[in-house]
Design a protein around this ligand. Sequence first.
Ligand SMILES: *Cc1c(COP(=O)(O)O)cnc(C)c1O
Length: 426
Amino acid sequence: MSSPLDILTLQPPEPAARPAPPFDVRRIRADFPILGQQVQGQPLVYLDNGATAQKPRAVIDALSHYYTDQNANVHRGVHHLSQIATDAYEAARRKVATFINAASDREIIFVRGTTEGINLIAQTFGREQIGEGDEIIITEMEHHSNIVPWWMLCREKGAKLRVIPMNDRGELCLDTYQTLFTSRTKLVSIIHISNVLGTVNPVREIVQIAHAHGVPVHIDGAQAVPHQRVDVRALGCEFYTFSGHKMFAPTGIGVLYGSETYLDTMPPYQGGGSMIQSVDFDNITYGNLPNKFEAGTPNIAGSIGLGAAIDYLNSIDFDGAAKYEANLLEYAHDVLRGVPDLKMLGTAECKVGVLSFTLSDIHPHDVGTILDQAGVAVRAGHHCAQPVMKHYDIPAATRASLSFYNTREDIDALVSGLHTVRKIFG
Ligand SMILES: *Cc1c(COP(=O)(O)O)cnc(C)c1O
């Protein structure tokens, strides 16, 4: 709500971004303090970026600055610090809107992460619009957070999940996708980039096909935003969700983007403070967007940290970073191919730096534990995507996931660790 005092707290416009210097991994690594660490007496080789990314100094400093100089609750305060905190919180929302090219700040809802964003859609849009006999289309390569909320909704309503299958390279079968639509299809909810296979799905085409059937689309962008530019208006999707922590921001903050037309007509998610216009015991009117979906005190520090991560990505050559990463992925594929008995899971034509593999029949937990002895951090398990494990008929896999701060030396350390694993289990 605007008040005459707002004029006093207006922020100067954001300075025009200076062109970023060309991508240089040595300089970039210096921005991430944790990368200088030793683990087990060896330099840290962090290859678990699919689980969470490390934070640049700029993000850590923004959190510290917020708590040192700006901390207050937002929205309700008339005092100086509350105005500053509110301005910083709303500035972060504007940064997110610009970052994904949303039409308006009102389309950006701060949530805990991708998981909460998807649950919000399921509990509001889903519970209101999806009924008995209706259908939701997802894919075989979804993360559990884009399966379980829909499965729960289906159980509650008597609706059904339809699943787009994938081939052994980890690419979706779009021909089958076209045949899954019926008059009962109410939503398509798909993963943008697979967290196990690295596959970049043709989401623009998937949206167009859904729209031809009059069906809205949600895209799980958790693995996309750290690797490439995302433009929600170019994609044309109704909903897009992602987590701050996988894109160099703090944990506990994430984003639900929803087109205003949809968000406006959806019921609120949680009830509480800040999401109302008026309350008495007979009648409650809900607030406007985005407040309607942000009950209670939000994660103010987290949102400011997310804004700082976006500023950071804008300050580097992000397109150069993506090219560098693609190059590194190619190198990784080449050298991993030289490890005997290693079987790569995702080999899609279009993929980013996620390398999941099995190593003969050595359990991934053993692989991960031995790699850790060499300072190499990878993930072992089902990666919250058990249907993908089922597709390949394995219980688990080892996953190395890249970021633009990784180097060829990191990949070499991984490969040398894998040779050690083979020697031990020889
Ligand atoms: C990590 C991840 C999620 C869940 O994100 P949270 O931050 O745990 O809520 C969902 N989808 C994909 C593809 C992911 O990689």
